[in-house]
Design a protein around this ligand. Structure first.
Ligand SMILES: Nc1ncnc2c1ncn2[C@@H]1O[C@H](COP(=O)(O)OP(=O)(O)OP(=O)(O)O)[C@@H](O)[C@H]1O
Length: 289
């Protein structure tokens, strides 16, 4: 995007949207952005976003406004572009050689694809949890401390590790074994450890790509409870194949359909009880997908 294409809201600080400060990778500081609790303020906005892999288009003209400190679920049949959209938010698609993004993706009104945005700084603010739990072959403590040390946030590491484990609803279970390997935990505990690792550096947004799909029902239910709790402090965007899960835990739901189109985005209750589009109703009621 060129400067000519920028709107004034991206170039001029406003009362509730200060200009990015130096040393923050081109992004505004969360402290600057205000710390009020639940709001309907948009934190992430896609405008006419297209993503291609080589010549194949995976997302078409996506427009979406994701509210802060709420849970937004991305649902839709396999291959419709949910993970691609998730990865475009924190520029994980940059790591895929053939991926190309067109259009705009704003994080707190700053286009994350602008030249002055450092993707590594962006990923500090927008963390990610993957489908399969992937702890490092390190101790529980070092798994959680990893992100802090990488970012030079190495003061009071032990306290920050405990806080992150507590926020991830894992501290009670592992308190006496912080020096044991993260790989010795159960699958559900490993996933909560990965969530603790993601939240230790205190991001603003947590992206989750089917975080419970490899877990049993009890571990899944713990992760769902945790996601609801996390949304008091963080914005959560979650890809799920499980429609009941989306209905249970999300405030907003985006329905993508084949071809990489966002067909409907609304309050979760509206999507599941009275969707606008027949294709969404057919998908929700299991007629396809
Ligand atoms: N690394 C890649 N290289 C090439 N094509 C890709 C890549 N990742 C995804 N695609 C293609 O982009 C389209 C969207 O894929 P994506 O994984 O985003 O969909 P999805 O809705 O998350 O699917 P699923 O529910 O099966 O995980 C698919 O056609 C897929 O084959």
């Amino acid at each position: 995007m060129t400067n000519e294409q920028m709107t004034s809201s991206e170039t001029e600080p406003t009362d509730d949207q200060p200009a990015p400060t130096p040393g923050t990778g081109g992004l505004a500081d969360s402290a600057d952005a205000g710390a009020e609790s639940v709001t309907d303020r948009t934190i992430i906005e896609a405008r006419d976003l297209d993503v291609y892999y080589g010549d194949d288009q995976a997302l078409q003209g996506i427009d979406m406004e994701i509210p802060e400190k709420q849970v937004t679920a991305l649902i839709g049949p396999s291959g419709c572009g949910k993970s691609t959209f998730l990865r475009s938010i924190n520029r994980m698609n940059d790591l895929i050689d053939i991926a190309r993004v067109e259009g705009d993706l704003y994080f707190r009104e700053k286009n994350v694809y602008d030249d002055d945005v450092d993707p590594v700084a962006l990923r500090r603010k927008i963390g990610m949890v993957f489908q399969s739990p992937n702890p490092f072959p390190k101790s529980i403590r070092d798994n959680v401390a990893y992100g802090l040390r990488v970012q030079g946030k190495d003061e009071n590491v032990d306290e920050k590790v405990r806080t992150a484990l507590e926020r991830a609803a894992l501290l009670e279970e592992v308190e006496d074994q912080l020096d044991s390997s993260g790989l010795d935990l159960s699958g559900g505990q490993q996933q909560r450890l990965c969530i603790a690792r993601a939240i230790a550096p205190d991001p603003e947004v947590i992206l989750m790509d089917e975080p419970a799909s490899a877990l049993d029902p009890i571990a899944t239910s713990k992760i769902e409870d945790l996601i609801e709790d996390l949304s008091e402090e963080y914005t959560v965007v979650i890809v799920t194949h499980n429609m009941q899960q989306a209905a249970r835990i999300s405030d907003k739901t985006a329905v993508f359909l084949t071809g990489g189109e966002l067909v409907e985005f609304d309050d979760t209750d509206k999507i599941f009880e009275n969707p606008e589009h027949d294709r969404v109703e057919d998908y929700i009621t299991g007629k396809f997908g």
